[in-house]
Design a protein around this ligand. Structure first.
Ligand SMILES: Cc1cc2nc3c(=O)[nH]c(=O)nc-3n(C[C@H](O)[C@H](O)[C@H](O)COP(=O)(O)OP(=O)(O)OC[C@H]3O[C@@H](n4cnc5c(N)ncnc54)[C@H](O)[C@@H]3O)c2cc1C
Length: 314
């Protein structure tokens, strides 16, 4: 008899045998044995304590926009965070982890608060963005976060931005398995029209630059020029030298990989750092393509690209 199912139902709507391809922007992934959708924030720590105490394998899913799920599916419990309450107090937005990042961005615009415009158009939830320190246009979550409430090793604690130890697409939560429950953004009172104008410009730029086919966004991390072995490539555009960051997409393009396809996975012909699901791609197709890319970039430049996308094991 399945003893776990009735337990899980205490914390949220529970379904069995759920295709992860339906919950990821890559549209890849076999069936998860259980998916519990938690929409009440108070129930999340209790569920996490229950699963860790019972030794059950679990995985946190936000918007599924930065993950590559296994073809075999996931035999543990997927916790889909759906708590999404949001309120504003003067220049601060206090928002639950399951809210879309766009909810925070739109709330800021509605209140004439500046600071989050850079995040316009980034899919996914606040929790996923905090954990990965999502960023664009020279900014990132670290610039806006005042406090994060998180579940860490059985305790719910509040961390300051410094305690979150944000780095490039990195935070303490990536390293300690902490689960983000709620975030407080500290923003700057501004003129609403200029906030909206900036958002529109960013959205237009993104729509011209980024592929719209299924993907998980930029697949690899960019490389800091300071981490580059030896002299920088002679043809590296000046702008990248100034920014101190070599885009992974530029390296992929220089290695002649744009458009290369394995099975249903393809390096986007439009953007070198996007691996797209060009039709019925599997995790195995993407992983094979990732290995091909890493190998060819290494052969040319003697650097290993590191995935930004979380590759979930079965
Ligand atoms: C078209 C497209 C464009 C994108 N553009 C950008 C961009 O400009 N900049 C950028 O940084 N990213 C970008 N991304 C990647 C992605 O949108 C971000 O990384 C986003 O913040 C991930 O949030 P999510 O809720 O979808 O996380 P998920 O994909 O659901 O999860 C990602 C990881 O975070 C963990 N996680 C999720 N929620 C929590 C939580 N509450 N607590 C702890 N861990 C959690 C998951 O377990 C997983 O390990 C893009 C993706 C796509 C598809």
């Amino acid at each position: 008899m399945d003893l776990l199912y009735p337990e899980l139902k205490k914390y949220g709507k529970t379904k069995t045998n759920v295709l992860l391809s339906r919950h990821t922007t890559f549209k890849i992934g076999g069936p998860a044995k259980y998916v519990v959708t938690v929409s009440e924030a108070d129930k999340l720590p209790a569920l996490l304590n229950f699963l860790s105490g019972a030794g059950e394998d679990f995985f946190i899913l936000g918007g599924g926009s930065n993950v590559l799920a296994p073809d075999e599916g996931f035999s543990g419990v997927v916790i889909k965070i759906d708590c999404a309450k949001c309120r504003t107090d003067k220049d601060e937005i206090i928002i639950e982890a399951g809210a879309l990042l766009s909810t925070a961005v739109n709330e800021a615009a509605a209140r004439g608060l500046s600071g989050l415009e850079w995040a316009t158009g980034i899919p996914g939830t606040v929790g996923g963005a905090v954990r990965g320190n999502a960023g664009a246009h020279g900014s990132d979550m670290a610039q806006n976060i005042k406090q994060v409430e998180a579940w860490r090793n059985g305790e719910t604690t509040a961390l300051t931005s410094a305690e979150c130890a944000f780095g490039y697409r990195d935070s303490i939560f990536k390293r300690d398995g902490g689960v983000v429950l709620r975030a407080t953004f500290k923003l700057i009172p501004s003129d609403q029209a200029s906030v909206v104008k900036k958002m529109q410009e960013i959205l237009l730029g993104r729509s011209q630059k980024l592929p719209t086919v299924p993907s998980a966004g930029s697949f690899f991390k960019n490389i800091k020029t300071g981490d580059w072995p030896g002299a920088l490539p002679g043809n590296l555009p000046e702008i990248y030298r100034e920014r101190g960051m070599i885009p992974a997409g530029w390296l992929v393009e220089q290695a002649g990989l744009k458009g290369v396809k394995i099975g249903g996975a393809q390096v986007s012909p439009q953007h070198g750092n996007f691996i797209i699901n060009a039709g019925n791609a599997t995790q195995a197709d993407v992983v094979a393509l990732v290995e091909e890319i890493k190998g060819r970039v290494y052969d040319k430049y003697r650097v290993w690209l590191e995935p930004e996308v979380e590759i979930i094991m079965p």
